[in-house]
Design a protein around this ligand. Structure first.
Ligand code: NAI
Length: 251
């Protein structure tokens, strides 16, 4: 199948984890991929991903760009348009967690999580809707979390940021539906990535798996498949939705 043939996709924070899986999945389906990474330490991984994707016969480029920085997002999207000519799909994937009980959570920890997880989605969406409005089409996919729906002790900032993403997504869907721009969120449960590495061993893994009807954590590819559905014409009548991909953990 070539569900995204000729499309240009942006993915933020794609040097590893879910973002990397999304970038690969989209490329397999024929999309050209422009993605960001933020730290110098991710450069080798980002370059390796570019090689992997270009070997699939599509274009790829890695940009060192901080999704939490409004001006950096503007520069990034302008550079992508100069290089790739258009933006059809944007996956706002970059995210962090700085977990702490509210009593101990510092203002800095709170602000950083909101800045990276929520403000980044505003920053990027503001930029990509311009070329999408011109093209009269687009698909924006925002990475939320089951924690944004359910809340979790020790994750007040993370939950608030991810719930914020859901409200933002619905509003953008209402504002831009008439322009044929769809905006949806994906709410993964526990995914086997660096972000959850501390949960993946022994007793704590068993404890968390017992809360999940499917009895396992998601792979990054499980989540990339949902993004593919939303990015492609398979999801052409879906907008303003949050697709839970949490193994049934929220029921
Ligand atoms: P990860 O930690 O493996 O990857 C996150 C990526 O985002 C990293 O490459 C990181 O460098 C990048 N990033 C962080 N801050 C950035 C910034 N300011 N600008 C650009 N890139 C930045 O995490 P994972 O698991 O792949 O998470 C991806 C998204 O999925 C995040 O938004 C996360 O909150 C969300 N998510 C993850 C879940 C999980 O269980 N792993 C569950 C639910 C949601």
């Amino acid at each position: 199948m070539n569900l995204l043939s000729g499309k240009v996709a942006i993915v933020t924070g794609a040097a590893r984890g879910i973002g990397e899986a999304v970038a690969l999945k989209f490329a397999q389906e024929g999309a050209h991929v422009a993605f960001t990474y933020v730290s110098d330490g991710s450069r080798d991984k980002a370059n390796a991903l570019v090689e992997k994707i270009t070997a699939m016969g599509v274009k790829a480029k890695a940009y060192q760009s901080n999704a939490a920085d409004f001006n950096a997002c503007e520069t990034f999207v302008n550079d992508v348009i100069a290089e790739f000519g258009q933006v059809d799909i944007c996956v706002n994937n970059a995210g962090i967690s700085k977990d702490n009980l509210l009593l101990r959570m510092s203002v800095e920890q709170w602000n950083e999580v909101i800045q990276v997880n929520l403000n980044s989605v505003f920053n990027m969406t503001k930029q990509v809707i311009k070329p999408m409005m011109k093209a009269k089409s687009g698909s924006i996919i925002n990475m939320s979390s089951v924690i944004g729906e359910m809340g979790n002790a020790g994750q007040a900032s993370y939950a608030a940021s991810k719930a914020g993403v859901i409200g933002f997504t619905k509003s953008v869907a209402k504002e831009l539906g008439s322009r044929n721009i769809r905006c949806n969120a994906v709410a993964p449960g526990f995914v086997e990535t660096d972000m959850t590495s501390y949960l993946q061993d022994g007793n704590s893994a068993d404890k968390y798996k017992s809360l999940i009807p499917l009895g396992r954590f998601a792979s990054a590819e499980d989540i990339a498949n949902v993004c593919l559905f939303l990015a492609s014409d398979m999801g052409s009548y879906v907008t303003g939705q949050t697709i839970s991909a949490c193994g049934g953990m929220n029921i």
